[in-house]
Design a protein around this ligand. Structure first.
Ligand code: NIG
Ligand code: FE
Length: 426
């Protein structure tokens, strides 16, 4: 008998996402959620020890003293969301830009007029570590209530050594304090800081010779990301930064082809980046090269929506080409002010024509691959963290179909109930 201290039983659908463990899912594989009907799950000391049909539970699993038994009758049980692209840590807000866009100004025009990333840089430089942590914790708490149990967080609102380190230290402390797992990415090349406007090459040099070595030395990040875009960092500059990061032990990721077709997708393939993100303007060659190199496409439909871009990434073409697709919020104060993965899944379906099953794969197991957490998160399989959601929904489709509400009733993180009946309990 398998001993367990947490048992969830009777789920109308239990989405395991099990099966393929050597690589992210692509093509038709994205439609297979590994569903067990009338499913059950058992965990012990924070790890999943068994999943299977409820009818086999009694003969297989023995509850330990003080174990918790949760009845999921009529509900859907699934892995906690992994949000693999956020700018979680920042000070201030940019609701003025929201109103400016409604009046017809573009994201780029607003940035050129003194708003944009540099507005948040000014606020973040002024904020203390405590303030940044307090604000990020509020967002993490919202995310947790909406089912996100693992999140990636980028620096990039410092653009100087001191503030970039401050942000990464905040991210480290948030991860240590839990319950959410927070995976750090260094994004010193998020924008050219105001004092380097006339000499962007000098900033690229600073990132390569000062910032990356310091971040790597202090082991403050797993990944390095760059905003490769017209008017920000060129393909050549981005490639130089990411190769330097790679040599220092940081895995590369790219904000690629978000606003213009610059060749970011092809560059991501060339350097074998872990992911290329956004990709609204990625061309056919770029998509094909990403498929060949196994680069994961992290799609962020919330940003296209929030910026009124009138176009979305070509998810269908990417899936057809064999690119593994993941989904994320891109949570940040400028281009996508939402913590909600369920909302992003709805948009992925309605705006990019992803099927609900594909969107769920993209927000769980493929998202875990996007941030190197595939051994711990993204599926309900023995050996993984017991990060589990119980949805107030009789099937997984409801998660995408019933939008603008929160169907996440219970959240389990590392085997502990942290949200119960929609309320934070830990
Ligand atoms: O992913 N594209 C660049 N970075 C963010 C926007 C950040 C901001 O506007 O503050 C993004 O969309
Ligand atoms: Fe981003």
């Amino acid at each position: 008998m398998i001993q367990a201290d947490l048992i969830i039983e009777g789920a109308a659908e239990l989405l395991t996402l099990r099966g393929i463990s050597a690589r992210p899912r692509r093509g038709e594989e994205m439609r297979d959620l590994g569903i067990i009907r009338q499913g059950a799950l058992a965990a012990r000391r924070g790890k999943i020890v068994w999943v299977g049909p409820t009818s086999e539970l009694l003969n297989t699993v023995r509850p330990m003293a003080f174990s918790r038994l949760i009845d999921a009758y009529g509900k859907t049980v699934m892995p906690g969301f992994v949000d693999p692209h956020t700018h979680l840590v920042f000070a201030g807000s940019r609701e003025n830009e929201f109103a400016m866009r409604i009046q017809g100004n573009t994201y780029q025009e607003i940035a050129a007029a003194g708003g944009g990333i540099n507005a948040t840089v000014a606020a973040t430089r002024k904020a203390s570590k405590q303030e940044l942590k307090f604000l990020a914790k509020k967002s993490l708490s919202r995310m947790l209530s909406l089912g996100t149990t693992t999140v990636e967080a980028k620096s990039g609102y410092g653009l100087d050594l001191e503030t970039e380190l401050k942000m990464l230290e905040v991210i480290r402390e948030l991860n240590q304090e839990g319950p959410t797992t927070v995976i750090p990415t260094f994004m010193g090349a998020h924008e050219i800081p105001p004092d380097f406007r006339q000499k962007p090459e000098a900033y690229v040099d600073l990132v390569i010779t000062r910032l990356i070595p310091e971040v790597a030395e202090r082991k403050l990040a797993h990944f390095c990301d760059v905003f490769c875009e017209t008017g920000v960092f060129s393909v050549e500059q981005s490639e130089r930064i990411l190769r330097a990061a790679q040599s220092a032990g940081l895995a590369p990721r790219v904000h690629a082809d978000e606003l213009t077709d610059l060749g970011g997708a092809a560059m991501a393939a060339r350097i074998k980046a872990r992911t290329a993100d956004h990709l609204l303007y990625a061309n056919d060659d770029g998509i094909r090269q990403m498929a060949e190199a196994g680069v994961i496409a992290v799609l962020l439909p919330g940003t296209a929506y929030f910026l009124h871009l009138q176009r979305y990434a070509r998810a269908r073409d990417m899936i057809a080409a064999g690119v593994p697709v993941a989904l994320a919020t891109d949570f940040n104060p400028g281009s996508c002010m939402t913590e909600s993965m369920p909302l992003i899944l709805n948009m992925a379906c309605t705006q990019m024509r992803m099927l609900p099953a594909e969107a769920i794969t993209a927000a769980t197991i493929n998202a875990a691959w996007a941030i190197g957490e595939e051994d711990r998160a993204g599926s309900l399989e023995p050996g993984k963290q017991a990060d589990v959601l119980i949805l107030d929904a009789g099937s997984h489709e409801h998660l995408c179909y019933h939008f603008g509400v929160n169907l996440v009733g219970t959240v389990v993180k590392n085997g502990k109930v942290v949200v119960d009946a929609g309320h934070r309990v830990r």
